[in-house]
Write a protein that binds this ligand. Structure first.
Ligand SMILES: C[S@@+](CC[C@H](N)C(=O)[O-])C[C@H]1O[C@@H](n2cnc3c(N)ncnc32)[C@H](O)[C@@H]1O
Length: 206
C-alpha cells in the first residue's frame, strides 16, 4: 500500500464533514481508486520539472498525489468555492503551500502546462449531444495546449441506466481517436461496472 495514501486517507477520515459530497469518500477507503494508481504509474515516467494543471480539483486528493510525487509547478482549478477551500487546506497541511487550487470554472486563460489532467470530472453543463461533448473536451485541451493530456471518461461499454452519466458522455476509443486526430493515444481501464458505479477509461493523449 502506498505510504502517502495511508496518511491522506487518515487526514480525510479525521476531517470528514457532512457538507462534503459523497464521492470525496473514495479517498477514505482502505485502498485508493484505480485511477489514482494508473495516474501515479503514468506520472512516474515524467520529469518532475513538468508543470501540471488539473481541471476539477475537487477536494485536492489528486493534486496531493502529484505533489507527493515531487512535481512542484502544480495548479488546479475548482468551480466549487467550498471544495476549493477544503483542497487548499489539505495541500497546505501536507505540503506547506498555499492557494494551489484556484476558484473558477474552466476553461479560462491559463499558462500552457506540460501536463493537463482531467480525471473523475465529467462536466456537461448546457451540453446535450455527444458531438458537443467531444467539441468541449477538445476545446478544454486546446485552451491549455499541453504536451500530455490525461483524460478520464465514461466508457461506451457502460450501458446501464444512469442519470449522472447520460449516453452522450459515454465514449469509445474511436470517439477519442477521431477527436484528437494525429495524436498518440494510450488508454487504461479505470472503473468497471458493476464493481464500480460505471465503467471508465483514462486516456493518455500526447
Ligand atoms: C468528482 S470531482 C473529482 C475531483 C478530483 N478530480 C478527484 O479525482 O478527486 C469533480 C470536480 O470537478 C469540478 N468541476 C467540474 N467541472 C468543472 C469546471 N469546468 N471547472 C472547474 N471545476 C469543475 C466539480 O465541482 C467537482 O468538484
Amino acid at each position: 500500500m502506498d505510504e502517502f495514501y495511508t496518511l491522506l486517507k487518515q487526514y480525510n477520515s479525521d476531517n470528514s464533514n457532512e457538507a462534503l459530497p459523497e464521492w470525496t469518500k473514495i479517498y477514505s477507503e482502505s485502498t485508493p481508486p484505480v485511477y489514482w494508481t494508473v495516474l501515479k504509474n503514468i506520472l512516474n515516467n515524467y520529469s518532475r520539472n513538468n508543470s501540471v494543471f488539473e481541471i476539477g480539483a475537487g477536494a485536492g486528493d489528486i493534486l496531493a498525489l502529484i505533489l507527493n510525487l515531487g512535481f512542484q509547478n502544480v495548479v488546479g482549478i475548482e468551480k466549487d468555492l467550498f471544495l476549493t477551500g477544503i483542497a487548499n487546506k489539505k495541500l497546505e497541511h501536507f505540503f506547506k503551500r498555499k492557494a494551489t487550487v484556484v476558484h473558477g470554472k474552466y476553461p479560462m486563460s491559463i499558462s500552457k502546462p506540460n501536463i493537463l489532467i482531467q480525471v473523475n470530472c465529467v462536466y456537461f453543463e448546457n451540453i446535450y449531444s455527444k458531438e458537443d461533448y467531444l467539441i468541449q473536451l477538445k476545446s478544454f485541451y486546446q485552451n491549455a495546449s499541453p504536451d500530455y493530456f490525461l483524460l478520464e471518461v465514461i466508457d461506451s461499454s457502460f450501458i446501464a441506466e444512469s442519470k449522472a452519466f447520460p449516453n452522450f458522455v459515454r465514449l469509445s476509443e474511436k470517439n477519442i481517436q477521431d477527436t484528437f486526430t494525429g495524436k498518440t493515444i494510450d488508454s487504461f481501464k479505470t472503473y468497471e461496472y458493476p464493481i464500480n458505479t460505471s465503467s471508465k477509461r483514462l486516456y493518455l493523449i500526447s
